[in-house]
Design a protein around this ligand. Structure first.
Ligand SMILES: NC(=O)c1ccc[n+]([C@@H]2O[C@H](COP(=O)([O-])OP(=O)(O)OC[C@H]3O[C@@H](n4cnc5c(N)ncnc54)[C@H](OP(=O)(O)O)[C@@H]3O)[C@@H](O)[C@H]2O)c1
Length: 300
């Protein structure tokens, strides 16, 4: 009898010990998850300060972000894309294609490209990256519901906001529209490239030198563009897909943490949007059948 009781006591204390260990491991893995997220996505330290403390398993769940596409026109000789802050050619047919592909999407650009365009692209979520110049928060939505402009201080913030915009608007993909510096910065995470090759040899000062080795890239479309009287040069248009997708992931807790930083764009996102994010995560989840998400933002 005594032996049975002491065995029971031992079993209970072993169970408690195991339970405690499991709790500690869960908390530690939550932290590790966030540290990994921080390293992988390069979100700034300040973004993490107001991270919610009560992190459930659901909050840790990481789901796939929309694919990133480059859209770029370069000269077939020397890979020139720009000269003295401008496009070095007039190609009406290419501009028309650019518009139809990017309309209603997030378009990420460097400040110099924004300056060269001179105004936000209509019916798009214009995300302009600049270390030096920022619009005030109220200027996010100056241009009506369909034309938005957002200045961000970092490419990481630009991508974060574009991810959320793309999820909420079911836009499907994000466009990086240049220039040279910005293409370089996003090169590790690009999934698809819409490439116009302009058949000309001219001088320039901005280049897109990315090459597309067959081991890494698949050519999914190629056409010779019929030159119209409004096109200065002959051109070809290609679509290339990266064979292994960049597979960018974010967690609910990361999104909630960003909201808590009162980031200008995230301030416009509310709990109805949280439901849309939840639905998106559900669709992206490989185990969608078993996934149960109930995401809402903590009170700011
Ligand atoms: N042919 C095409 O398809 C195509 C497409 C786009 C552009 N272009 C051409 O390309 C040229 C512009 O290219 P570019 O390389 O000179 O300039 P860019 O990439 O358009 O912009 C560079 C600027 O972006 C900001 N920036 C870059 N990296 C950043 C970072 N990590 N964090 C925060 N801000 C960052 C900085 O702005 P601040 O200086 O304000 O800090 C930097 O000066 C123009 O001639 C344009 O016409 C051609």
């Amino acid at each position: 009898m005594l032996t049975t009781r002491s065995t029971n006591l031992k079993a209970k204390s072993t169970f408690r010990c195991l339970h405690l260990k499991r709790c500690v491991i869960t908390r530690l893995s939550t932290r590790v998850d966030h540290i990994l997220a921080f390293i992988r996505d390069g979100i700034g330290v300040s973004d993490r300060l107001s991270e919610p403390q009560d992190l459930s398993d659901m909050a840790k769940f990481r789901f796939k972000m929309p694919p990133i596409c480059f859209i770029v026109a370069r000269s077939s000789a020397h890979n020139v894309i720009g000269c003295e802050g401008k496009l070095p050619w007039k190609l009406r047919s290419d501009l028309r294609r650019f518009r139809s592909l990017t309309i209603k999407h997030a378009v990420i650009m460097g400040r110099k490209t924004f300056d060269s365009i001179g105004q936000p692209l209509p019916n798009r979520f214009n995300v302009v990256v600049s270390r030096s110049r920022l619009l005030s928060e109220t200027e996010i939505d100056l241009h009506g519901t369909d034309t938005k402009i957002l200045h961000t201080k970092s490419t990481e913030d630009a991508l974060f906001c574009s991810d959320i915009f793309t999820i909420l608007n079911e836009a499907g993909k994000i466009f990086v529209i240049g220039g040279a510096e910005i293409y370089k910065r996003f090169s590790p995470v690009v999934d698809r490239v819409y490439l116009t090759e302009v058949h000309t040899e001219l001088e320039g000062d901005a280049y897109f030198t990315e090459d597309f080795p067959r081991e890494t890239w698949r050519l999914v479309h190629s056409e010779k563009v019929v030159k119209t009287p409004e096109d200065e040069f002959e051109s070809s248009f290609h679509i290339l897909d990266k064979k292994s997708s960049s597979n960018r992931l974010r967690s609910f807790s990361e999104i909630a943490a960003k909201k808590m930083t009162r980031h200008p764009y995230m301030r416009t996102v509310n709990n109805n949007d949280a439901k849309l994010i939840e639905g998106y995560a559900f669709r992206q989840s490989k185990n969608a059948a078993s996934a149960q998400f109930h995401f809402s933002f903590p009170d700011a």
